[in-house]
Design a binder for this molecule. Structure first.
Ligand code: GAL
Length: 467
């Protein structure tokens, strides 16, 4: 996952001064495309061929101000990494709402598969730095958006859209803070995912007399029982590496609690802390209960082991719920859930958002997409399929199932903490080194080496104090 060169700032291609100028001249009619067209005709009558040339320029500029006639914006390029079960279903549902509202705009999805953007982020960075941005792209709220793309001058502010749709009072303030910089919002959150959820196969649990473990000690007792029966206790798929960092996050939160966990990512609690040693030691033990082929599986293939009854449990964000229901599983009947062992009372927040990069070719269509994403119909079409809860506080709660209603209640009452693996909880420069350090630890299980490597990398990345 490359970090964009900080130096690259580009002028704002969004608004061409000429365009704004013309519109202002006709200021009394600061209206829609019809007014703009009337302006053009008046201008043509007066002055012959020069007038015709000027009229062409003026027409183009006026179209840019008033927004191209609806028919003109025929394509919209979105950039996402949603391909797995639940992900693709959610996206298709929102595309359907968009198509109904904007039948003239054809969506092309420059999709790059790989969970958590593990492949997409590098492709996006190349396109953004190369001046070929998509019209809009999927990005996590938090440092991934703000540090990578807003502070570096690649994004267009969305204050007007927020004002036009009254979004300031429709999203929880914590989410608006995650997508804002210097008082301006820079993306639209479509959901709130909960990371760090323990999913389990109800039948396997019943057959083995297991209930959801609330602590890691209870997990180890259940895992021993399952292992003795030849059932893989915990499914893990860390082919893309972020999944094992995520497992580490869950163990860290259980070991430290929400306050110290946040302090760790904020750089105010050192990675040399003995509780980090304890967390790595617990993870070392947890790794003894996962499927041996974990490094060859993606996150959804690991969730698939639970679906097939080959594994009893899986620790994953609630996008796994979207995966289970997209495969026909019933909430509560076929699968159960609980907070990751030892994390009850905390909620690891992951929010998927879409932003508007400078240089977006189809700016109006991108704004239309963001408008649909921000709307109640858009969010209520997307989230039940995706497994997440809506970002909007006025969504129709009645259409959400028992899991999602529980997640809504926990989001409102729990301690909210960030995820490093899904939209980093700290400076992006620390994400690759800590992901790699945990990937090495998964193989060599060397607690002291992992802790020293992470502590060093945090300082080197500028995410922790020290030389
Ligand atoms: C997360 C993302 C989710 C889900 C997951 C697996 O980072 O926020 O929407 O798609 O990755 O790809």
């Amino acid at each position: 996952m490359g970090d964009p060169p900080q130096a690259l700032r580009r002028g704002s291609p969004g608004a061409r001064p000429g365009a704004r100028g013309l519109a202002r001249r006709g200021s009394r009619r600061h209206g829609g495309p019809d007014d703009a067209r009337r302006d053009t005709e008046e201008f043509m009558d007066a002055k012959g061929s020069t007038a015709r040339r000027w009229a062409a320029v003026a027409a183009a500029a006026l179209a840019a101000v008033a927004g191209p006639a609806r028919a003109a914006d025929t394509t919209l390029e979105i950039f996402t990494y949603w391909t797995a079960g639940g992900e693709a279903d959610g996206l298709a549902a929102i595309e359907k709402i968009f198509a109904a509202k904007y039948p003239h705009t054809k969506i092309t999805n420059a999709v790059v598969a790989g969970g958590a953007g593990s492949n997409a982020n590098a492709v996006l960075a190349t396109r953004m730095q190369g001046g070929k941005p998509p019209d809009t792209f999927q990005i996590h709220g938090g440092a991934e958006l703000i540090d990578n793309w807003v502070k570096t001058g690649f994004m267009q502010p969305l204050g007007d859209l927020y004002k036009a749709q009254g979004l300031g009072s429709k999203f929880p303030k914590q989410l608006i803070e995650l997508v804002s910089w210097k008082g301006q919002p820079y993306s639209v959150p479509v959901n709130v995912h909960r990371n760090g959820v323990l999913w389990f196969n109800q039948k396997v649990f019943a057959q083995n007399g297991i209930t959801a473990p609330e602590s890691w000690d209870a997990f180890f007792a259940a895992a021993e029982k399952l292992k003795a029966k030849g059932v893989t206790p915990l499914a893990l798929g860390d082919k893309d590496k972020w999944e094992s960092l995520q497992l580490f996050e869950d163990v860290l939160l259980a070991t430290l609690g929400p306050g110290p966990y946040k302090a760790l990512w904020a750089g105010t609690l050192p990675w040399t802390d003995p509780r980090v040693t304890q967390a790595l030691t617990t993870m070392q033990k947890v790794l003894g209960y996962v499927n041996e082929d974990h490094a060859t599986l993606t996150w959804d293939q690991a969730s698939g082991l639970v679906l097939q009854g080959k594994a009893a449990m899986n620790l994953m964000g609630d996008w796994a719920k979207g995966y289970f229901t997209s495969n026909g599983w019933q909430v509560g009947t076929d699968f159960g859930w609980a907070p990751a062992p030892g994390t009850k009372g905390s909620f690891i927040v992951v929010t998927d958002t879409f932003g508007l990069p400078k240089g977006a070719k189809h700016r109006q269509a991108a704004l239309d997409w963001l408008g649909v994403l921000a709307s109640v119909p858009g969010q209520d079409a997307f989230n039940p399929k995706k497994g997440s809860i809506p970002a909007r506080i006025d969504a129709d709660k009645g259409i959400y199932d028992a899991y999602s209603r529980g997640a809504m209640a926990d989001f409102a009452s729990n301690a909210l903490v960030p995820s490093e693996a899904n939209g980093p909880a700290t400076l992006p420069a620390f994400l690759t080194p800590i992901t790699d350090a945990i990937a090495v630890f998964v193989n060599d299980r060397d607690v002291a080496k992992a802790q020293a490597t992470i502590a060093r990398a945090c300082v080197d990345a500028g995410a922790c104090p020290g030389k």
